[in-house]
Design a protein around this ligand. Structure first.
Ligand code: C5P
Length: 222
C-alpha cells in the first residue's frame, strides 16, 4: 500500500510541530519541519549580513547553502554547511526576520520544490503554512491547527521557560500576531486553510488530545 502524506498547517505556536512529530512517530512516518528550512535560510542571511528584503541576495544564499534536516531521538536537528544550527534557528533574531525572507516568490518556489521532493515517496507528516495549499495539494490528509493568539503565546512562553530561555509573555503575543499578519498578507502562498483541510481549534485541547484526534481520522480512512 502506498503511504500517505499528511499536511499540517496553521499559525505560529498552534502546536503544529509537536503534534506533527508525535503523529509521525505513531505512524512510522517521517516528520518534515518546513519552518526549520525557512529559519535555517534566515540564519544564513544573518550570518552573511545580507538584507532579508533583497530577494536576489536571499536566493543566491539559498542556492549556495547546504541544508540538512535529520531526526535524532525524536528531535529535529538542522545543519547548514555542516554546522549544527538547531538551537540558533529558534533564537529571537531569526524568529523576528523569518517572515521577511519567507515572503519572496522565488524563495518559496525553490523551497516548495525541495519539500515536494522530500515527500515524493509518501509516508511523511509535513507542517508549515502552505503545505495543504501549495506544497502537497494532493495530500491524503490536510489539517489546519488553530488556537487563540493568547493561548498560543502562553504555550510558547511555557516552552521557552522550560528550555531555560528568557521569555516575555506580552512581547511573545505581539510577535506571534505580527508574524501571522505578515505570513497571511504575503502575495505568494500565504498562510491560509486549504478549502479541503479540516480545521481543528486546539485552544482547549492538550497535545495528546490533538494527536489522538488526528490519528483517529487517519487510521479510520487508511
Ligand atoms: O513553523 P515556524 O514557526 O518555525 O515557521 C517560521 C516561519 O517560516 C513562519 O512564520 C513563516 O514565515 C515561514 N514559513 C513559511 N512557510 C512554511 C513554513 C514556515 O512561510 N511552509
Amino acid at each position: 500500500m502506498t503511504r500517505a502524506n499528511i499536511a499540517i498547517d496553521g499559525p505560529a505556536g498552534a502546536g503544529k510541530s509537536t503534534v506533527a512529530k508525535k503523529l509521525a512517530a505513531e505512524l512510522g512516518y517521517t516528520y518534515i519541519d518546513t519552518g526549520a528550512m525557512y529559519r535555517a535560510l534566515t540564519w544564513k542571511v544573518l550570518q552573511e549580513q545580507a538584507d532579508p528584503e533583497n530577494e536576489s541576495a536571499v536566493l543566491h544564499i539559498l542556492q549556495q547553502m547546504h541544508l540538512e534536516l535529520d531526526m535524532k531521538n525524536g528531535n529535529v536537528f538542522v545543519t547548514v554547511d555542516e554546522k549544527d544550527v538547531t538551537d540558533a534557528i529558534r533564537q529571537q533574531d531569526v524568529t523576528s526576520l523569518v517572515s521577511f525572507t519567507a515572503r519572496h516568490a522565488r524563495i518559496r518556489s525553490e523551497m516548495v520544490e525541495k519539500q515536494k521532493k522530500l515527500a515524493e515517496k509518501g509516508g511523511t507528516v509535513m507542517d508549515g503554512r502552505d503545505i495543504g495549499t501549495a506544497v502537497l495539494p494532493d495530500a491524503s490528509f490536510k489539517f489546519f491547527l488553530n488556537a487563540t493568539v493568547e493561548e498560543r503565546a502562553k504555550r510558547r512562553h511555557a516552552e521557552q521557560l522550560q528550555k531555560g530561555m528568557q521569555s516575555d509573555l506580552t512581547q511573545l503575543q505581539t510577535e506571534i500576531a505580527e508574524r501571522d499578519r505578515i505570513d497571511s498578507e504575503r502575495e505568494t502562498a500565504p498562510l491560509k486553510k486549504a478549502d479541503d483541510a479540516l480545521e481543528v481549534d486546539t485552544t482547549a485541547m492538550t497535545i495528546d488530545e490533538v494527536v489522538s484526534f488526528l490519528l483517529g481520522i487517519v487510521r479510520e480512512v487508511k
